[in-house]
Design a protein around this ligand. Structure first.
Ligand SMILES: [Zn+2]
Length: 142
């Protein structure tokens, strides 16, 4: 896997995250402006029913239901205390290659954990459905 290609590293940069916040419902007189959201590592990932979903590009934590007074950095820290990006002491631009690759490794762990959890949920849902069907059939046969 190429850990330093453009797609992999794009969202490490503030400007690229900021660009995703087009149509973000909070703009003026509030703490969760697009600028503060992007600074705290978030990208805007809206869906049809939830226009205010934002996800950390690093730990993939999704948060919605934002209030104007919410401080993106504080929210990020309290909902995802193990995120390496939000607790980074340096700017991404100031990291050396070794530090950056270590960070990328941690990010990939979050990606793997999330996709495993999604697969488990999908499997459990399918199993639940199948179990219900089997019970129904069994009861009909009694
Ligand atoms: Zn995070």
């Amino acid at each position: 896997m190429d850990l330093v290609n453009e797609d992999e590293t794009k969202m490490y940069f503030y400007e690229n995250r900021l660009k995703t916040f087009e149509g973000w419902p909070f703009d003026e007189d509030c703490k969760c402006t697009p600028e503060n959201m992007a600074k705290a590592g978030f990208v805007h990932t809206p869906s049809e029913n939830s226009p205010d979903i934002a996800m950390c590009f690093f730990c993939l934590k999704e948060l919605e239901g934002w209030e104007p007074e919410d401080d993106p950095e504080q929210e990020h820290k309290s909902h995802s205390p193990s995120c390496h990006f939000i607790s980074l002491k340096k700017k991404v631009e100031e990291l050396n290659v070794e530090e950056f690759l270590k960070l990328q490794k941690e990010r990939h762990k979050f990606i793997i954990i999330k996709s495993c959890n999604q697969a488990i949920t999908k499997f459990e849902d399918a199993a639940k459905l199948r179990r219900t069907e089997i019970l129904k059939t069994a009861m009909e046969e009694e």
